[in-house]
Design a protein around this ligand. Structure first.
Ligand code: NDP
Length: 309
C-alpha cells in the first residue's frame, strides 16, 4: 500500500468523492479514507429528488455507490477506515490512519457535519421513516400533511417556514419561552398562519407504527403530557462539524466549522483544503458539497503544480 500520498482526501460524502473524481482525472492519484460513515449523511436519508441528473430520484445509498464507482474509475484509491491524526506542523503532513502511518503532500478535508438528535430511542427507530434532520431534503414527502419541527434557532425557523409552504400545519416545538432565532426569522414565523409555535414544550417520544411516524408526545411548561398527530418530525437543533481531528491546528469559527479563504477552499495551513459541510453551516446540500469538492480539487492541483516549479 502506497504510504506517500500526493493528495489525501478525508471523507466519503459528495464533497469527498467529487474532489476525488477531479483529483484523479488531474493525475493526483488521490487516496480517500471513507471514515466512520461511508457515503456520509446522504446514506441516512431515503430518496434524493433534488440532485440534478436523477429525474426519477435515487436513494442516498445508490447515489453514493455511483459516486464511489466514478471516483474509482479514474484511479482513486478508496480505503476503509479513519484518519486518526494529522501533524500539520510537518511537511509532507504526517498522517496516522487506522491502517498505519502516511505522509501527504496535500489534504482535502471533507469530513462533513452531523445533525444533532434529541437522544430518544423512538427518534432513532423512525429515522428515515418520518424522522428527518433536513426539511429541504425530505419535506416534500409530507406535502399537505401535518409535521413538527424541534428547535428555536434560525435553522428551525427557516425549516418551519419552508415546510409551511408545502405542508398543511407545522408545529414548532421550542423548549424555551422564546425563540433564539434572529428577529427577521422570528417575524417570518409569526406571520406564517399555518405555523403554531409551542413554547416551553419538550418532546417526550416520537410515536409511530410499521408505516412510520404518526405523532409526537410532548410535555408543556405546566407538566401536561399530550400527543400531536403528525406524519413528519424534523430535528433542527443544530449540527456539529466533524473537525475534532483538526482542533487547534486550523482556523475555525466559534462553532468548529473550518474557515476557508474567501472564494477558495484554502484553510489557514497551506496545502490543506476544506470542502463540503465541514466548512458550510448555511447551505448543507449535497449539490453544494459536490461543487465545493470540485473547488478543493482544483485548488489542490494548483498548489501541487506550483510546488513543482
Ligand atoms: P442554534 O444552535 O442556533 O439553535 C439550536 C436550537 O435548538 C436552539 O433553539 C436550542 O434551544 C434548540 N435545542 C438544542 N438542543 C435541544 C434539545 N435537546 N431539545 C430541544 N431544543 C434544543 O442552531 P441553528 O442550526 O439554528 O443555527 C446554527 C448557526 O447557523 C446559527 O449561528 C444560526 O444563526 C446560523 N444560521 C443562519 C441562517 C440564516 O442566516 N438564514 C439559517 C440557519 C442557520 P435553546 O435556544 O433553548 O438553546
Amino acid at each position: 500500500m502506497e504510504r506517500h500520498v500526493k493528495c489525501l482526501i478525508i471523507g466519503s460524502g459528495p464533497a469527498g468523492y467529487t474532489a476525488a473524481i477531479y483529483a484523479a482525472r488531474a493525475g493526483l492519484e488521490p487516496v480517500l479514507y471513507e471514515g466512520i460513515e461511508p457515503g456520509g449523511q446522504l446514506t441516512t436519508t431515503t430518496e434524493i429528488e433534488n440532485f440534478p441528473g436523477y429525474p426519477e430520484g435515487i436513494s442516498g445509498t445508490a447515489m453514493m455507490a455511483d459516486l464511489r464507482r466514478q471516483a474509482e474509475r479514474f484511479g482513486t484509491d478508496v480505503r476503509t477506515g479513519m484518519v486518526t491524526d494529522v501533524d500539520t506542523a510537518k511537511y509532507p503532513f504526517a498522517v496516522t490512519a487506522d491502517d498505519g502511518a502516511l505522509e501527504a503532500e496535500s489534504i482535502i478535508i471533507a469530513t462533513g457535519a452531523s445533525a444533532k438528535y434529541l437522544g430518544l430511542e423512538s427518534e432513532q427507530r423512525f429515522r428515515g421513516m418520518g424522522v428527518s434532520a433536513c426539511a429541504t431534503c425530505d419535506g416534500f414527502f409530507y406535502r399537505k400533511q401535518d409535521v413538527a419541527v424541534v428547535g428555536g434557532g434560525d435553522t428551525a425557523c427557516e425549516e418551519a417556514t419552508y415546510l409551511a409552504s408545502i405542508c398543511r400545519q407545522v408545529y414548532l416545538i421550542v423548549r424555551k419561552p422564546f425563540l433564539r432565532a434572529s428577529k427577521a426569522m422570528q417575524e417570518r414565523v409569526a406571520s406564517t398562519p399555518n405555523i403554531k409555535v409551542l413554547f416551553e414544550h419538550n418532546t417526550v417520544e416520537v410515536l409511530g407504527d410499521d408505516d412510520g411516524v404518526t405523532g409526537v408526545k410532548v410535555r408543556n411548561g405546566a407538566g401536561e403530557v399530550y400527543d400531536i398527530p403528525v406524519s413528519g418530525f424534523f430535528l433542527a437543533i443544530g449540527h456539529h462539524p466533524n473537525t475534532e481531528l483538526f482542533a487547534g491546528k486550523l482556523d475555525m469559527d466559534e462553532n468548529g466549522y473550518i474557515r476557508t479563504q474567501p472564494d477558495t477552499s484554502k484553510t489557514s495551513v497551506e496545502g490543506i483544503f476544506a470542502a463540503g459541510d465541514v466548512r458550510d453551516p448555511h447551505y448543507r446540500q449535497a449539490i453544494v458539497a459536490a461543487g465545493s469538492g470540485c473547488i478543493a480539487a482544483l485548488d489542490c492541483e494548483r498548489f501541487l503544480s506550483s510546488r513543482k516549479k
